[in-house]
Design a binder for this molecule. Sequence first.
Ligand code: ADP
Ligand code: MG
Length: 605
Amino acid sequence: DAQQLFATLNRLDGKGYKAYRDIQGAWQFSGFQLIVDHCQGDPYAAPSRLRVQMPATVAALPPELWSSKLRRIALGDWLARKLAAEANRASAAAAGQAQGWHGAKGGDVTVDLPGQHVLERTAVLVSTAGDVEARFTVGLPAQGRSIMGPWAGQILTQHLARAVQAALMYPALDGASIWRHITTVEDTEVLRAALPGLGLVGFVGDGAILPRKSGASDLPMPPSAGLVPFSSPASLAVEVALPHRGRVRGMGIKQGITLIAGGGFHGKSTLLQALEAGVYNKVPDDGRELVVMLPDAVKVSAEDGRRVEAVDISNFINNLPGGSSTVAFRSDDASGSTSQAANIQEALELGASVLLMDEDTCATNFMMRDARMAALVAPAKEPITPFSSRIALLRAAGISTVLVMGGSGDYFEHADTVIVMDNYLPSDQTQAAHAIAAQHAATMAAVTEAAPAAAAAAAVGQPVRGGVKVTPRVPQCVYAGGQNDYRGVKTHVRGLHHIQYGDQDIQLSAAEQLVDKSQTRAVADALKWLQAQLQRQQQQQQQQGGKTLLQWLNELDAAIEQQGLDVLAPQLLGNLARPRRFEVAAAINRIRTLQMTQQQQQQQQ
Ligand code: ADP
Ligand code: MG
């Protein structure tokens, strides 16, 4: 029990650091169990991993707080924030004690603190029976390389125990705050689920605060004279009834093609960024609780220099100089336009139904070509079919586009909706834009093609998604370096957008919908998961055909759905959050050791 743990730690005082391993295992405290899963090997290694398990009878959380999976996620998120705050207090108390000791190191109790998004995560898990498991790390204290037994004992049996009692037992908690957390998330989820029935792909609630505090902070812009809350133009306004808030009004983003125009600095990109993040639920007071997008909306941009492996970009690019294939395009250093084409195709390969694009991060020659340029450069010499000539085809295939475009009117005739941002407020200028398009011929070059790529693809029996050519790929190898045991290859998450996998650096800056470093950690583990699956398959000589990337990622999603994020890693970790399959694929697609083949059989039906 707790006293035995305290006694054990006292006995270990002054011993070599590795003797901390003696405390691995479970210890019964009053009301909960403390499990020491793994003790770090030395004071400078990654901190030790611990868990607390508290039965439902002790946590005493009212059942309505954990009656659905979404509520358990929101509740776990609230508890993680609370426990993180209490753990900080525990760490501070421990640090206060350490002042008397010379050269003391360690003592920090750390809980993975969520940001503005409420994601499925492993920091605090609430079971279907209302039991609570909290995971955290502790830097076990050392003086030099010797164990500080009594101090460790105080941290684990006193400071930590106090934090657990203050954060995980319902009578001590702010029940109203928890309920608000849960109902906020539930309303957002209901709003998102209502979109298809309303013919919408997105929604921005009246009163929403879209701008953030700064480029480096995801917190809402604080109230000030200059802050303009969102307000929908009447013609685009939609009302939705939510279970907790009741009726809300806001701007519906319709299926099809939506253009966001307006002068520079009038809030176009801010609106798009809020929509990008609209695939996730938010904490109360974030300002974007009523900003939602379909869960499979994907932001795409140009990303020159990226690796591309066997992607069919022939919807957009054909006849490259040097004769490289665009049906199975490979490059270690893609250009702006080819990388953007690849990013779009990779999103479609995984079933994206909405593409989000901002002119600020698009390749100009991919987005448009005017008549003058077509006169100078013969169409036969131009490999690119600009996006403006494909956007209608995408719409016909059920793929919507939301495009920020302030610099050209060439998309007017295609747009179902044209929103103009003016001093951070939207107005519906669809009719005006269509009238202008009818009056002024587009500057855009008419693109004539011998045979549309999709028709050609269908003719040779290649997969086509509603007229848009998408060729599924079959992963063969994610990472070839290191030994066969995938666990022997180290991954390290260096930042929200940076994974190191063995000797490979994976840059994910273009995966703008990755919003939490804990998601990135899960993505890194998913890479190893896929590599392990591929190796197992090859050992069992089952390579005939092989599963497509989409099939693998569906399998991964199903496994997470059933068993939680723990399926991703051999250890129980408290710092994972769930990524979407698009962000997992973003990392797979960018690792330079990736080997893919294309699925050649006809996929239709
Ligand atoms: P654009 O893409 O149209 O050039 P941005 O979206 O980048 O413009 O916005 C320009 C600036 O205006 C940013 O600094 C942003 O934080 C700020 N901003 C955006 N929306 C609002 C708003 N509703 N209220 C106050 N400031 C805003
Ligand atoms: Mg902009």
